[in-house]
Design a protein around this ligand. Structure first.
Ligand SMILES: [Zn+2]
Length: 332
């Protein structure tokens, strides 16, 4: 990107036509442009999670533009003109996939970008819907939600084994784009994959400290299916009964959920960082259980601000597990 912009501005200053220069520049052999000897790959990443993965794996070889800001809901995101401009200038675009970024295809098209869009979910076993029938009915009524639902559950990163697949897809794409980056990318990938293995083991150990009868989860929206499946928690229900955070429960569904929380002995309702906690608070109050929110809200769809506890994938997932385990009576 930096190179393209430089070419454009120099040519522009000289009053020359910039079209050919700008188009040709991104596929040139890497050259040193700032004296460091490293030419960076301009990557546009959609969500905070995939942006974090690209930064970790790409290291000095990438310059990342992250489209979704911290604590923003990705399900009904509206791309800005700046997002379109960033994609137009990108060497690579990286997405979560599984329909999470329903807005991306149109955005890429209007940017004129014709390069690779890396789908990090490639190779991940996608979890289908169907854990709660009420949600399915809701979906059948809403046309917009149908598409995402048809593709399955997009919240794949909450199982660290899926995160390993995602970072490998990113590493492959970066190395394919710039062979000079490959040795460093491979090293970063190996180190981070080991950290993901450690996270996975730590999560399992922490969850197993919860008394078996307490291993039950009620969340704000249905974002933790991969997590509950991996670590043996029972998913009792969510305030929003779907993968899409913009759906809403009816009054009857809410009172059914309250009854279910009471009868199953669930200890807490977890709200999440990118959604308003109001309904979760109401449900928890009516069911007579604790609502875990505020600073302790779960990172369900994104990450927190960069220098906060939830600013990176690893620390956000550690926060989630510690919060869940503490509220459900396990040892942190
Ligand atoms: Zn979500």
């Amino acid at each position: 990107v930096r190179k393209s912009r430089t070419a454009v501005s120099i040519a522009g200053a000289l009053g020359l036509s910039v079209v050919l220069t700008a188009c040709g520049s991104s596929d040139e052999a890497p050259t040193s442009e700032d004296g460091s000897g490293v030419d960076t790959i301009a990557v546009v990443a959609t969500t905070p999670v995939v942006a974090d993965f690209v930064r970790v794996v790409g290291g000095d070889h990438v310059e990342v533009t992250q489209l979704l800001k911290p604590n923003v809901d990705p399900h009904d995101y509206e791309p800005s003109p700046a997002d379109i401009a960033a994609i137009a200038d990108a060497d690579l675009v990286v997405k979560n996939g599984v329909g999470l970024e329903a807005w991306l295809d149109d955005t890429v098209e209007s940017s004129g970008y014709s390069g690779t869009v890396v789908d990090t979910s490639k190779g991940v076993t996608i979890r289908e819907g169907g854990e709660h029938e009420e949600g399915e009915e809701e979906h059948a009524e809403g046309e917009e939600e149908g598409e995402e639902h048809a593709e399955g559950d997009p919240h794949i990163w909450h199982d660290p084994r899926n995160a390993k697949i995602m970072v490998r897809n990113i590493a492959d794409a970066l190395s394919a784009k710039d062979a000079d980056a490959k040795p460093a990318v491979d090293r970063n990938l190996a180190a981070y994959s080991a950290q993901l293995d450690t996270l996975d083991k730590a999560n399992a150990a922490a969850i197993s400290s919860i008394p078996p009868a307490g291993r039950k989860l009620v969340t704000n929206h249905d974002a933790f299916g991969y997590y509950t499946a991996r670590y043996g928690l029972e998913f009792v229900g969510s305030i929003i009964p779907s993968f899409d955070s913009s759906a809403e429960l009816s009054g009857k569904q809410l009172s059914d959920l309250v009854a279910k929380i009471r009868s199953s002995g669930v200890k807490a309702v977890f709200s999440e960082a990118s959604l308003p906690p109001k309904t979760a608070e109401t449900v928890a109050r009516e069911a007579g259980v604790e609502v875990v929110g505020g600073e302790d809200a779960l990172y369900a769809d994104g990450l927190g601000p960069e220098n906060s506890e939830g600013g990176a994938y690893l620390s956000a997932e550690q926060h989630n597990t510690a919060t869940i385990v503490k509220a459900l009576g396990g040892r942190v």
